[in-house]
Ligand binder design. Structure first.
Ligand code: C5P
Length: 416
């Protein structure tokens, strides 16, 4: 998405180069507009470097004018506008539609269908001031989405509410706009996604290696990136994640239970121990075939003459996704992946039925922005409840959030 980031005068503006980096890593294009006071806390040049776009501070800068309509064109470029950090005075300007800065002229030019996210940051007493709270309510009532500040240590040395929301929370809130942005700007106040909080999620990831002898195996090029990204994103939403990982070279994400396995049989056994989880996501590229007999030691090359052929007798591996689907309870959500080279939607839809899954994440094999070992993925979500939904290429982390949003929509409400 095109994200227009407006930075205003709070000390937490020093975090915004990282915010730009994380938004870009989540697959978004970012352009930055700043208030004059924000430039005391973070240099425009730093933001220009990380966004790779010119930064606007002065609304009368002759180089940006676009015949005096730069603010209109920039506002129309944006799929989302994010004000982070939003100072008390910018909240007051927003509440009153006061266009006396570059940030405000563009905010007031935003089409009514473009979401406006506002992440306030200030000291506790300022945040709790009656006028500030009145402005927050007014801005929210006008359709902006408030990403509330968090409690903690403040720049003043005091403790309390007012810290800029964690960067991950802000990036998630922006990414969710893709799915939710339909119709007028009347979306309710943003909260961190909670549909997975406290739920148990099991995820398979990576390839499996099927031993031929003690030194050789059948495997594939899966790196596990998609499964690990899903595990991290689910953890960030408060889920209790068990990651069943095939042989991959990825570090264990903090706060996740990881079980390492090698073969499909092992992955099947260990996954089925967690088959009672609320959500199961089979992101592993499980080998389809394994040798019927594993040779002890190393098969000697010389047992086959240079002109002869030899045969490996193979059998099918257990299908973990189908096994999970077969014993699925009505409240559980089971999700699989389908890597196809043609007829993506047809094959994925038949896989949904055959394996009794609730959703199939289909992606095209062989594309530059899809498949094994790539940083990006190009996904289509297939469910029973909605027509297939295709997304443009984006980072696997951003895909993970889209997949989890869809899973949250499939989950039953919490038992209260
Ligand atoms: O049948 P196919 O391999 O195309 O299905 C892919 C989906 O099924 C993926 O979600 C994959 O993780 C899962 N799968 C599995 N066990 C297998 C083969 C595939 O869980 N043996």
């Amino acid at each position: 998405m095109n994200v227009l980031l407006a930075i205003t005068g709070s000390i937490s503006a020093y975090k915004t180069p990282w915010l730009v980096r994380d938004l870009r890593r989540a697959g978004h294009s970012v352009r930055v507009v700043m208030s004059a006071s924000a430039t005391h806390f973070v240099a425009p040049l730093a933001l220009e470097s990380v966004s790779m776009q010119p930064v606007i501070v002065d609304p009368f800068d002759p180089t940006i004018q676009d015949r005096g309509s730069w603010h209109v064109h920039l506002a129309r470029w944006a799929d989302v506008m994010l004000i982070a950090p939003c100072s008390a005075s910018t909240l007051a300007r927003l509440a009153n539609g006061l266009c006396d800065s570059a940030v405000m002229t563009v905010a007031c030019s935003l089409p009514s269908t473009t979401p406006l996210l506002v992440a306030p940051a200030m000291d506790t007493d300022m945040w709790q001031h009656t006028a500030v709270q009145r402005n927050v309510q007014r801005v929210q009532h006008d359709g902006a989405i408030i990403i509330p500040p968090e409690e903690g240590e403040l720049a003043s040395g005091l403790q309390g509410a007012g810290r800029l929301a964690e960067l991950g929370t802000i990036v998630d809130a922006v990414s969710r706009m893709r799915a939710e942005n339909s119709g007028e700007r009347t979306i309710p106040a943003a909260t961190h996604p909670t549909g997975l909080a406290g739920r148990r999620v099991v995820i398979t990831a990576g390839p499996t290696h099927e031993a031929i002898d003690d030194v050789r195996y059948i495997g594939n090029h899966s790196t596990g990136t998609m499964g690990f990204a899903l595990a991290e994103a689910a953890r960030d939403r408060g889920a209790l994640v068990t990651l069943i990982a095939g042989p991959v070279h990825l570090p264990t994400p903090v706060g996740i239970e990881r079980i390492d396995v090698t073969s499909a049989v092992e992955m099947h056994e260990r996954t089925m121990e967690h088959a009672d989880h609320d959500v199961a996501i089979c992101a592993a590229a499980v080998a389809d075939f394994m040798p019927v007999d594993r040779v002890v030691g190393k098969i000697k090359k010389d047992t086959v003459a240079a002109t002869e052929h030899t045969t490996l007798i193979l059998q099918r591996t257990p299908d973990i996704l189908a096994a999970l689907g077969a014993q699925k309870r009505p409240q559980q959500v089971v999700v699989g992946f389908a890597l196809e080279s043609t007829d993506l939607v047809d094959y994925a839809t038949s896989k949904l039925e055959r394996k009794n899954a609730d959703m199939i994440v289909a992606n095209l094999a062989g594309g530059l922005q899809s498949g094994f070992g790539t940083t990006d993925n190009t996904i289509t979500l297939i469910t029973r409840s909605a027509p297939p939904e295709s997304f443009p290429p984006m980072s696997k982390a951003a895909c993970a959030n889209i997949i989890l949003d869809a899973i949250e929509r499939l989950l039953p409400p919490y038992d209260l």
